[in-house]
Design a protein around this ligand. Structure first.
Ligand code: FEO
Ligand code: CA
Ligand code: CA
Ligand code: CA
Length: 573
């Protein structure tokens, strides 16, 4: 059957089939090379990768599980790549597989988290890591940072080690990212709850439960060697994570700033756009079943002529959360942004919000208080270059409509949503500061061969472009929407014919979606950025599970790969 939508002028490559092999595959005429992998030395004095490396070595090497990233050009043959290092896999990080974590192991694990700032140089027509680069830097779970904005110094952020409530050590579970027009990098703290634990059985209150913080961690064991992760001893430490962190990548001595005005939740990415009137608007997902979609609007305005005076625009502004309405079977409707402002919309002391800082620190509860829509795990947000439309991946929600008290709603209309969807909205009159918008569903992933109705997916899904669990998304300069997946790669049952995780490319005008890349065994594809000429694309392969990239019997290593076109052309063209 002919695909009536296959006439996109934006998509110039031939779609590739699914794959279940331990390789990266790209369309004919393209190639994919590994740029950097977990454990690669970032400094001339750093040791070569070895699984036996300890904490000191890891602190001088590329971190683990690369995720969101941004390419900062420095010259035609020099650049800086800022890359998030989300988490670690015990079974690969340690030769002993993670049994009985020692003090050095815990420190190594902390050093494998955070952000890697990697200088690149172009030689022989391709980019390479430059170990001599002055800007190379590792930011880890113990790098000193400053808390800024309305919550800085609040009593809920004060600890025994930091009575100021403004000096925080580290960032971790850095999922996706953003960048600003004033040249800084934004890194987003996602599943921070998984690092707190206690040897004592303690029952924590509702404000901890809402974020999944308890007396047991996800196996990292940091609390055994670094007391601040013992939530019974230091109950305010978890309040110091779950933020967006702004980093000046051009000053290796700069102190990263946590921007409390953007709220505390399990941040996925930070999609920043400058509104026509100069207000800076940042869209942000909170990746958990039934959590919400947020927007920040700066108080000040961006003025390119003011240079570094723009640098604190993320310090103050208004945080909003989305409410979607519409009828259940139309896949479109209206929306409203509800302000999370102390004293408004029921965010009052009587309802448990004594001040502005508590609204930001407990943003999830504030969102519930104002009546935000529960979503199917909002992951990345991307703003089209024309600024008229914004897209967000809703990756999946196995409990939608069956558990967790999240009934179906117009924007999240599928029971157990196993495949995920991408929602799109248009701010009223193209003004991102307005509190209303119209929305529709750009694509509902599904299985047109095995399913019917909503489970089959929208019309732009066919047997040749099936995927599930959209996660990373981003636009290139020409307006192609790149879609990365973090889904079920069993290739069986409801997911038969979908293969390994992948990256697709969409023309958002015609709706057409084509598969561009397939990843190695068990990986997720996440993180994307381009050179300014769009002729090199950087893509992340996260948590591969077999032997990628070295092959043979090698342990797998998360890696950033670089995609180029053999004729030197624009990626996707
Ligand atoms: Fe780190 Fe929601 O992905
Ligand atoms: Ca993700
Ligand atoms: Ca995901
Ligand atoms: Ca991930």
């Amino acid at each position: 059957v002919a695909d009536t939508m296959s006439q996109s002028e934006l998509l110039g490559f031939e779609a590739i089939p699914t794959s279940t092999t331990d390789t990266v595959n790209v369309p004919s005429g393209y190639k994919a090379d590994v740029l950097v992998s977990w454990g690669d030395p970032l400094f001339a004095n750093a040791p070569a990768f070895s699984q036996q490396n300890g904490a000191d070595a890891q602190a001088l090497q590329f971190g683990d599980n690369n995720d969101g990233m941004t390419f900062f050009p420095l010259a035609s043959d020099r650049a800086l790549l800022a890359v998030n290092n989300e988490y670690i896999n015990d079974e690969y990080l340690f030769e002993h597989g993670g049994k009985n974590i020692s003090a050095d192991d815990a420190r190594k694990s902390q050093a494998a988290h955070g952000v890697s700032l990697v200088e690149l140089k172009k030689m022989d027509g391709r980019w390479h890591v430059n170990q001599e680069g002055r800007l190379n830097r590792r930011i880890t779970a113990y790098t000193e940072m400053a808390m800024t904005g309305p919550a800085a110094g609040h009593s809920l952020l004060k600890t025994a080690a930091d009575p100021s409530g403004k000096k925080i050590l580290g960032t971790f579970n850095n999922c996706a990212n953003g960048e600003t027009p004033w040249g800084t990098y934004l890194t987003c703290e996602e599943n921070f709850n998984g690092y707190f634990a206690s040897a004592k059985n303690v029952t924590l209150g509702k404000t901890y439960q809402r974020y999944g913080i308890s007396d047991s961690d996800w196996g990292y064991d940091w609390y055994k060697h670094d007391e601040r992760f013992d939530v019974a001893k230091h109950p305010n430490e978890p309040h110091r994570f779950g933020w967006v962190v702004e980093i000046d990548p051009m000053d290796p001595n700069s102190t990263p700033k946590k921007r409390s005005a953007l709220g505390r939740f399990k941040h996925e990415n930070a999609a920043l756009t400058v509104n026509d009137d100069g207000h800076v608007v940042v869209y942000m997902g909170d990746d958990e079943r039934g959590e919400h979609l947020y927007k920040f609007v700066s108080e000040g305005k961006y003025d390119p002529s003011k240079g570094s005076a723009n640098r604190d625009l993320l310090e103050n502004g208004t945080l909003y959360v989305a409410k979607f309405t519409g009828s259940d079977d139309e896949l479109n409707g209206q929306g409203e942004w509800l302000a999370l402002t102390f004293g408004k919309n029921g965010l009052t002391p009587e309802n448990g919000f004594p001040d502005e800082a508590s609204v930001l620190i407990f943003a999830r509860e504030a969102a519930t208080q104002v009546g935000a829509t529960t979503m199917d795990r909002p992951e990345w947000v991307a703003v089209h270059a024309d600024k008229k439309h914004v897209f967000c991946t809703l990756t999946n929600n196995k409990y939608r409509g069956v558990k967790d008290n999240h009934p179906l709603n117009a924007a999240n209309p599928r029971t157990e949503n196993p495949y995920g969807h991408i929602i799109r909205w248009a701010p009223t009159q193209g003004d991102h500061t307005r509190d209303t918008f119209e929305w529709d569903i750009f694509v509902m992933a599904g299985h047109p061969e095995k399913q019917s109705g909503l489970m089959a997916g929208t019309d732009n899904i066919n047997k040749d472009n099936m995927f599930n669990s959209p996660d990373g998304i981003g636009f290139d300069r020409a307006g192609r929407l790149w879609i990365q997946t973090d889904g079920n790669y069993s290739n069986e049952g409801d997911f038969a014919g979908m293969g390994n995780n992948q990256m697709l490319c969409a023309d958002t005008q015609t709706g057409e979606i084509r598969r561009f890349l397939t990843g190695p065994t068990s990986c997720e594809i996440t993180g994307l950025t381009f050179t300014p000429d769009s002729r090199t694309m950087f893509v992340g392969v996260q948590h591969p599970g077999a032997h990628f990239p070295a092959g043979g019997n090698a342990i797998p290593r998360s890696s950033v790969i670089m995609i180029t076109k053999e004729d030197g052309g624009v990626i996707g063209s």
